[in-house]
Design a binder for this molecule. Sequence first.
Ligand SMILES: [Zn+2]
Length: 169
Amino acid sequence: MERLWSPWGLAYVTGAASATGCVFCEATGPSPDAARDVLVLVRGRLSYVILNLYPYNSGHLMVAPNRHFASLAGATADELAEMMRFTRDAEVALTEAYQPHGINVGINLGRPAGAGIIDHIHIHLVPRWTGDTNFMSVVGSTRVLPEDLGDSARRLRPIFERLLTGHDD
Ligand SMILES: [Zn+2]
């Protein structure tokens, strides 16, 4: 059952954490890590949207707060609002860029729930197509590889930037 809800649950979510700390923290702050920065699609005041380094499908992205905390209980009302706004933008952007048949939206809280990075909360959005395969079939090499991440960023970033202008409405 877990696999139905967590297609990303068995994969690394953003690659191995560096020795210095948290990959989500490294993608934000005044001097974001350059390798992470190329994956970032849009930055808000309190949170940001970043491509998954090891996507389950093309367009697999995540919404994460700038601040380091592990669960929804640690979020402020403003953080919750902006993250949900970005989740909405991500739905719109993925639909526009990829025309998926469906989208998984989910949060894995804790290791047994499938989280790869457990200390810094993040919301996954994974575009899905009828007939696409689950993670296990990757072993059988039956899956079409996701597109290049640079191509994903070039497709999605302008849409997020356009949608961001509506955030102050
Ligand atoms: Zn962090």
